[in-house]
Ligand binder design. Structure first.
Ligand SMILES: Nc1ncnc2c1ncn2[C@@H]1O[C@H](COP(=O)(O)OP(=O)(O)OP(=O)(O)O)[C@@H](O)[C@H]1O
Ligand SMILES: [Mg+2]
Length: 275
């Protein structure tokens, strides 16, 4: 065996000069500012090394406005963190060309039209995507700091939101709508959802789109996702209507699964907890 002055085998050193390969990039963490990072303290599982790569491990789900991908952030050769990357859609190239042609045809006629078209331009859509990503990042921070069980918000970069991946290994946890639970487990899940609604209400918020599709179940624990539209109950004149809709949505779903969920009683109880 060759003499090794540093006491390290060639095998353990081979990653030192590694470069990101296909489906990889350098971790975006070192270049991010504190306002683009999740709340302190950062969880122990979070990989923050400047030597880490982000590796794409596939798509979790495509949606109307965003797609969710599984990403591993790790120093090559070491264990890393599994992250969910929610990427809000920006217009693709064909959309861009279409809106560009549309704009050109209209440009000379009427400046008001031009402005209206500009409102739907690819630039406008990119701004909207970044806006939704930053709204959801802020909402996750708010919920996390209020002790609500949400994925830890890791990082915001433009139209991409990185958060804790809720799952086992590389398999995402099922949504409540798909989880096959026993009668007792449904009742327990409902108790957890009531606690979640209470914690949102006491923090002055309603989720705004709460349903069995935006709740994940991992190891019997219910977690809330999909928060870009978090409703501020003090600032929004229709806020209490959103809260009511959330309560009716989940209670209707749980009643169909055999849980004695009384939406109006729960709503009254939550309103009493506001402020
Ligand atoms: N942090 C996460 N960990 C694991 N899976 C996740 C996570 N976030 C989202 N997912 C998966 O991706 C799906 C879509 O996420 P989300 O609901 O936030 O986006 P959406 O654009 O609103 O999608 P949809 O239109 O289906 O509601 C979720 O239903 C869930 O299956
Ligand atoms: Mg959703």
């Amino acid at each position: 065996m060759a003499f090794d002055p540093f006491g390290a085998s060639a095998d353990s050193l081979k990653f030192l000069d590694a470069e990101p390969g296909a489906g990889q990039r350098w971790s975006t963490w070192p270049a991010s500012s504190p306002t683009e990072r999740g709340p302190l303290p950062h969880p122990a599982w979070l990989e923050t090394s400047a030597a880490a790569f982000d590796t794409e491990l596939g798509i979790v789900k495509t949606g109307k406005e965003a797609d969710v991908f599984l990403l591993e952030r790790a120093v090559p050769g070491q264990d890393g963190s599994a992250l969910a990357a929610k990427r809000y859609r920006t217009p693709d190239r064909s959309d861009f060309q279409r809106s560009h042609q549309y704009e050109e045809g209209r440009r000379l006629r009427n400046t008001r039209d031009a402005r209206a078209v500009a409102g739907k331009s690819s630039y406008g859509k990119s701004v909207a995507a970044a806006h939704w990503a930053s709204s959801e990042f802020a909402a996750l921070r708010t919920a996390w700091e209020a002790g609500i069980p949400v994925p830890y918000p890791v990082q915001l970069s433009g139209t991409e939101l990185l958060m804790e991946f809720i799952g086992h290994g590389r398999t995402a946890a099922p949504r409540l709508a798909q989880a096959r639970l026993t009668t007792d487990e449904y009742a327990d899940a409902f108790t957890q959802v009531v606690a979640i609604l209470g914690a949102f209400a006491r923090s002055g918020h309603a989720h705004g789109d709460l349903s069995a599709y935006n709740l994940l179940v991992r190891d019997g624990r219910v977690m809330v996702i999909d928060l870009p539209q978090l409703v501020d109950l003090a600032a929004n004149p229709s806020g209490v209507d959103y809260l009511h809709r959330d309560v009716v949505n989940v209670c209707t779903w749980f009643r169909r699964h055999g849980v004695d969920a009384d939406a109006e009683a729960l709503f009254a109880d939550l309103v009493a907890q506001l402020w």
